[in-house]
Design a binder for this molecule. Sequence first.
Ligand SMILES: [Zn+2]
Length: 334
Amino acid sequence: MNTNMKEKYFCENCRAENEYVIEKREMSGDIRGERYSFRGSEAVCKVCGEPVWIPEIEDANLKAVYDVYREKNDIISLDKVRSIPEKYEIGKRPLSLLLGWGEHTLSRYIDGDVPSRQYSDVLKQIADDPNCYSELLERNKDKLQSEQTYRNSKKAVENLMGIEGGKTEKIDLTVGYILNRCQDITPLALQKVLYYIQGFFYAFYGEFLFCDDCRAWVHGPVYRRIYARYADYRFDPIAPVEEFDDSVFTTRERAVIDSVIKYFSCYSGKILEQFTHSESPWLAARGDIPCGQPSDRIIEKSLIGEYFCEVKEKYEMVTPGDIQTYAVRMFSRL
Ligand SMILES: [Zn+2]
């Protein structure tokens, strides 16, 4: 039994303000004539042991039983439905129209209504496949009421697909360059190297090299699109890129990228994870999220910019070669 202390609540049985504890236990609930078991929570009075009714806990139990129902019936999860508008940077209403549904249909699903199997399959498809969403957007853009809505979402989906007006993004070029220079870099280390390039480039030149936003994942900052591309390598080194034309970079871009590769890629992904876990941008973006809990929060570019400007100042860096001081210092502090 897993218990958690909680604040006081009025117990009807004791007629007093008592503390209650939350106990985790197996529960069951009926949905559409079928019984489903789930792991739920019950609040009980700490004094008399009688159950107390806490609305938030009842809501959580209801969500939990519906999560089981959805999984058993192969219906898209609520969390996944909710991720779609954010992923494609589009409102609930325009997305509903884009799908050819009533304007409030998607809002109802986001509030917890269970979609039919047919609607669920459509939602799953667009949630998992940016290409599929992109086709939908192009096909039905006339259903959107503003050109701006279309453009914002188009940008988001192209970002996810890794294209922007046919040109390769700087981050993709940088990945190619890193994979050409480092013959044994893992996905975890690659993410950190990209993050330091973004931060130090800003510190030295006052602008960001990558458009992509970085996310505060459990194991440190992550560029989601790049992560998805190499996820299959898991903890193994990514296959190197044999040939790379580095004339795509300016001299100052090369200076920062080369310096970060030289002084950071020599550490393992796990060591670099410890570096980023002690730095304020990742910590601030995580906030009070428990350490092992997944989160897709953006580490605001402004936080990254400010932090690395402070680092540059503190370590009295003059040229990108001085990035070494920071890497060595971070390692010595572990
Ligand atoms: Zn009581």
